[in-house]
Design a protein around this ligand. Sequence first.
Ligand code: SF4
Length: 260
Amino acid sequence: MLVQDTLYRKIKQQVGQAIGDFGLIEAGDRIAVAVSGGKDSYTLLHILDALRRRAPVRYELVAVNVDAGFPGYRQETLAAHLEEHGFAYHLETTDCYRIIEEKRRPGSSYCAFCARLRRGVLYTVADRLGCNKLALGHHLDDFIETLLLNQFYVGTLKAMSPKLLADNGRHTVIRPLVYVAEADISEFAKRHAFPIIGCACPVSGEGDRQRQRMKRLVRDLSTEIPHLRSSLLHAMANVQPRHLLDRRIACREVPQGDES
Ligand code: SF4
């Protein structure tokens, strides 16, 4: 049982808000919660479980961990934590590492390939476990960085969706930490001494360089614009497509009195 201090209540409230705003959880859901052993996924699992205990509807959680096969990954540390807290869980061992090393195109993103492979494994495991939803630990800063990355490097105006039907048409991916800032998650994980295990991959800590650049940019700008994160969050929820250049939208007829 976690200490229910102000930070705990704040995060729980933000997750509850996201669940309500986007209809993330419904009665009868069986949700696979992707747990890597990092701060985000520990936080997600504990908070979803706390909400589940008092929820007006019944739903189930199963923590799912994918060991990508990187040498030195400490899956047993994670398993001990899940046992200790009484979570239902499943551990999957894969050879993603070998596949990445053999099949990744030179110069392409290690992280993107790795994430795609592991997501595929998660869908397969979710199927096997009878889960209709997959919960991922992306938080507010991930949403913001993705929004900026897509504009700066890809030329598209999009971030992530808090609730999205996967391409396979069978699973719904949910991201209940959408309103939770990374700094709060870091502090929460520290306070509760979650046994963080690194992913042990060859780019661990370095991650995706472009994403790290966006992270620094947001951090630096936040010193000048303290409400930057909340403003960007509101921007994502307040899209005015007719004031952009997408011809599929911009060339539609303008209703009278709305020409600004
Ligand atoms: S940091 Fe490592 S484990 Fe995480 S996505 Fe990138 S390659 Fe995969």
